[in-house]
Design a protein around this ligand. Sequence first.
Ligand code: SF4
Ligand code: SF4
Length: 539
Amino acid sequence: MADYKIPTVTGKTGKLDVPKVEHGTMEGTGPWISKPEFQEAMNFPTDFERIEGTTTYTLVDNWKERALEKMDDLRKRYRSLQVYLDICVKCGACTDKCHYFIGTADAKNMPVARQDLLRKVYRRYFTFAGKYFPKLVGATDLTEEVIDDWYNYYHQCSQCRRCSVFCPYGIDTAEISMAAREILDHIGRGQKYCTEIMGKVHKIGNNLGLPQAALADTLEGLEEDVEWETGAKVKFPLDKKGADILLITPSADFFAEPHVDGLMGYAKVFHQAGLDWTLSSYASEGANFGMFIGSYENMRKIALRIRKAAQDLGVKRIVFGECGHAWRVAYSFLNTLAGPFDFLDPKYPVPQHVLEITWPLLQEGKLNIDKSRNDEMTLTFHDSCNIARGTRMGDKPGGQFDIPRNVIKAVCNNYVDMNQDTTHDATFCCGGGGGILTDDLMEVRVKGAQPRMEALKHVTEHHGVTHMAAICAICKSQFTKVIPYYGFTMDQIVSVHQLVSSAIVLTGQLSEDEIDDMELDYDEAKEKQLEEREAARAS
Ligand code: SF4
Ligand code: SF4
């Protein structure tokens, strides 16, 4: 059981009241700190060590000088950062817009207060007024207490950018949060979760550390599952040279529920449309956690794996699966990070989203769809923050909102939108984005999910919604974990391509009755196959 109070949701209107501001409700030590060996893999300083008998670490030598040096480097490198630090007029429009503030009431989780943690130090060391009249302009010395506050509260920001939508100056707290984390990375306060995961991508190619053989085995298993389910031989190709499409998808799609059902959906769409595609074992990860820690160098290193995979396999285009921040990094930065992609077919945009393949096929009637197969569900859709506020889809403004909804409505008969104050570009983050999706931040995750849970409860109770679809691996993982705290069940979260997968009728697909007849055989065959594999391993 949680040792903190689980927020309540009423479902009355779908929108929560602004909480009364409290102080220090979320004070703490922040997430687990990255060990020196994880920092080394990221090319960050490693001259710090564990304090004996504790789970914490020292800071690096001369940490203060090095932190200020990094801040100076970042404000000069990214002019937007300095502008954001300079122009806030404290109008307060952003104060009640953050899901972590709404869920925790902690004053430091108001976006402007979160920004001020860094801004006060910036003013003290990099502005005339702050140097000579610090008290007058709210400037603060950089101390170890300040560093602790940064580490704690910048890991209570999922970099979702909701606050920036409401700021009259467009100040992006996410960029300030990324800069803060990058400074922390350089003084021995990296976050274990993000750096450990990126280390695996640099070494093996995916967040899970799943090697080529295990990936091939997993994909083979999925081919068997689809064949048993439909009777059709749908391929999940790996490292296929000369394929037209390289699919880059989050590694959660290979094993987690409901992600894997989405992967089956992409494969069925490609199969039915006769598209020649492949996955890559070298670039078997869509996620790019480099963005979360604000590290351009690490983001670039991960993006370059995709370029190399595309060149080695000789593909014509790159398509991304359902992952929010992966699509943001791809849509906004892939060309800058790893371009030019002039070796790809110029007929297609670089990159493309899998929904940009599926939606035109549905419009052209090239996929045989039986919507009634999803009739046991009434769907709603969660706009993932990185997609909603950091990207587009298709060739019309707002495509990132319309295309997923259009696809859901094309494969399901029952669809309801949530309260409009919580959707489209005003969407609330799931509470687990931006490097927060780790068990050591469970309280932050549960409380941060409250605004979305309120909106979901409203449509559940007033409009009969049974399931919520998402197109982000982090949203799916976060919701399946936190949704039970609010009285829902894990299986109420679905992938959009899972809905496509259920509704699509493949050429040569068996009828429902034939499939029912096969179900027993399927279970038996699966059991037998497992026994054979066990026996083979034992020998
Ligand atoms: S979590 Fe989102 S809304 Fe909250 S401060 Fe960060 S970017 Fe702004
Ligand atoms: S809305 Fe913008 S200008 Fe106003 S307080 Fe927030 S960050 Fe500052």
